[in-house]
Design a protein around this ligand. Structure first.
Ligand code: PEP
Ligand code: MG
Length: 594
């Protein structure tokens, strides 16, 4: 328990980004991970080889350190965190990082640390421009690797998380994944960082370790001293330092209530998502990394509704080879068998940038050479990925999905290439599932309008509401200035979802939603009412949605939809939805928060 005798300092509250839910009370353990300042200076031509040697030795030492961390993880059986260190090792081995730094030392005549800093700056700028929040934040891995090399260049100790006392709140500039994995979860009650967003590694790991976290507090490492008593509210992104007695009492009550709520939700992981009148909904998970397979299984996911394959192509100099992709897809298929694993082909291009797949600058990247258009253009890349996916289909229930389809011709082109790859595999005597289900993401307005035509050509639809809203409402999903127009409850979106559902129903094909909307508690009920039978979302959202679905009776669906479809604005839809759900699901509060 917090030492009240220590609470004589003034209470201060800081607000950051709520990265992992829960409330923790403890004492600050400051982790010295502040950026080390790097001085760039000129060198003499005679010093070039020596600076390059210093740089390469620091890279080697960094590699040894990371491999040691991996060995430690094996000893502690924490192999599920392996991929994080793997990502850093990949960055460390990146030819571009090494070559560009040595080149700069040689051509610009600057010291090793200065040259590396310039290269890192270029890398990080590229990452910052990525639209996808998850991928964008992989830029922090580049920074962490860079920081490690710089520390080795300057002969500084890598900061380690030492022996921790109970109830430690780790406060760091940015928590290295290597440190995070080594932390003794028993003693760490929360994470707080200067940097990071909702999908930074600290946030992901905190969520998977179920440790509350607040990130993006900018300079908190300089604002709170070691041993400060604090309250971390990961639900609202608040950090209270030196809480007074009143505040402490209030948060102890919040904590008790939240833990009771979470305990209740946990019991839903094992239960089927079946409505009160017996309609079964398949709850699936969206994943990007191998680590998330276990998290998805633990949260009761009955399949992967969306495996985003983009990450495998990022932060590396060459696209992943067929074998590497195959092994990764196969593993997920085996772990989930007999449940489905829906592998989406590469969804990059536009502003999701991958260094070696070069595209000319485009005036309008969101509508440019991206996603399936890029796969149909760069046929070799597509071919390799299809071979890997088809080969993996022999090891489980794999489904193949194409993103950003805008019309029938594209679907036919994709299917033609799939048929060619299948013939090739047959000729080579390679096993695969000849009846593999092939589906499309419905996320463009044209796909909505011709949903009836597309439905006759595929085995399933999966609705990418993140992009569907962006394209239907002409609102850039990443532009904060027009964020107020990004309205999931807009009548146009409701109508689009209804038209898609009716088209799928008429053709008798499967219907899934894998956009963020599926995890919005209130909207999940609307989706079920509309006839969507598969909902795919990030794993942590599953039990909350499941709990609601189990209370819902589909006998109310028509009446609910009739009243929603009459509404003329998003605000009206939301207001009526709240009223109706309060009437039909009187005991659902606080599950309905939007
Ligand atoms: C979507 O667009 O809703 C979707 C699930 O895909 P992404 O977020 O990867 O574009
Ligand atoms: Mg999309």
């Amino acid at each position: 328990m917090i030492n009240l005798a220590k609470i004589d300092m003034k209470q201060t509250t800081y607000t950051g980004i709520a990265a992992s839910p829960g409330i923790a009370i403890g004492e600050v353990r400051l982790l010295d991970r502040r950026r080390i300042s790097v001085q760039e200076h000129e060198i003499d031509a005679t010093q070039v080889e020596e600076e390059i040697r210093i740089f390469l030795e620091a890279v080697d030492r960094s590699r040894e350190q990371l491999e040691k961390v991996q060995e430690g993880l094996v000893r502690q059986s924490k192999t599920e965190h392996f991929y994080i260190i793997d990502t850093q090792l990949l960055i460390l081995n990146d030819k571009m990082l090494i070559d560009s730094t040595t080149e700069l030392i040689r051509t610009e005549l600057i010291n090793a640390a200065g040259a590396l800093k310039r290269v890192l700056h270029r890398f990080v700028t590229v990452f910052e421009q990525i639209e996808d929040e998850y991928l964008r934040e992989r830029g922090s891995d580049v920074e962490l690797v860079g920081e490690r090399i710089i520390r080795n260049i300057s002969g500084m100790e890598q900061s380690q998380v030492g022996e921790l006392e109970r109830r430690s709140v780790i406060v760091a500039h940015d928590l290295s994944p290597a440190d995070t994995c080594q932390l003794d979860a028993e003693h760490v009650v929360a994470f707080v960082t200067d940097l990071g967003g909702r999908t930074s590694h600290t946030a992901i790991l905190a969520r998977s370790m179920e440790i509350p976290a607040v990130v993006g507090l900018e300079k908190i490492t300089r604002q709170v001293p070691d041993n400060t008593p604090v309250i971390v509210d990961g639900n609202s992104g608040v950090l209270v330092c030196n809480p007074d007695k009143e505040t402490l009492k209030k948060y102890l009550e919040f904590k008790r209530r939240y833990e009771f709520y979470k305990k209740q939700l946990r019991s839903y992981c094992e239960l089927p998502a079946v409505t009160a009148d017996g309609k079964l909904i398949s709850m699936q998970a969206n994943i990007e990394f191998q680590i998330e397979v276990d998290i998805a299984l633990n949260n009761g996911a009955q399949g992967i509704g969306l495996l985003r394959t983009e990450f495998m192509y990022m932060a590396r100099s060459k696209p992943p080879a067929e074998e590497e992709q195959f092994q990764s897809y196969k593993k997920a298929a085996e772990q989930f068998s007999p449940y489905p694993v829906t592998i989406r082909t590469l969804d990059i291009g536009g502003d999701k940038f991958v260094s070696d797949i070069c595209l000319d600058d485009e005036a309008n990247p969101a509508m440019g050479m991206r996603s399936i258009r890029l796969s149909l253009w760069e046929k070799n890349l597509f071919h390799i990925q299809l071979r890997a996916i088809l080969r993996a289909s022999a090891f489980g229930n794999v489904r193949l999905m194409f993103p950003m389809i805008s019309g029938l011709a594209e679907v036919r082109s994709c299917k033609k290439i799939v048929a060619q790859v299948m013939e090739e595999l047959v000729a080579e005597g390679v096993n695969f599932d000849r009846n593999i289900e092939v589906g499309i993401m419905v996320e463009t307005p044209s796909a909505v309008f011709v949903a009836d035509i597309l439905a006759s050509e595929v085995d399933f639809f999966s609705i990418g509401t993140n992009d569907l809203i962006q394209y239907c409402l002409a609102v850039d999903r990443g532009n904060e200035h027009v964020a107020y127009l990004y309205e999931p409850f807009h009548p146009a979106i409701l109508r689009a979802l209804k038209h898609i559902a009716d088209s799928a129903d008429a053709a008798g094909i499967e219907l899934c939603v894998c956009g963020e909307m599926a995890a919005e508690p209130m909207f999940s009920i609307v989706l079920v009412a509309l006839g969507y039978t598969q909902l795919s979302m990030s794993s942590q959202g599953i039990s909350r949605v499941k709990k609601l679905i189990r209370q819902w009776n589909t006998a109310h669906s028509d009446e609910l939809l009739d009243s929603l479809m009459e509404q003329k604005t998003a605000a009206d839809v939301l207001r009526v939805l709240k009223l109706k759900l309060a009437q039909y699901l009187p005991q659902a509060d606080p599950d309905l928060d939007y």
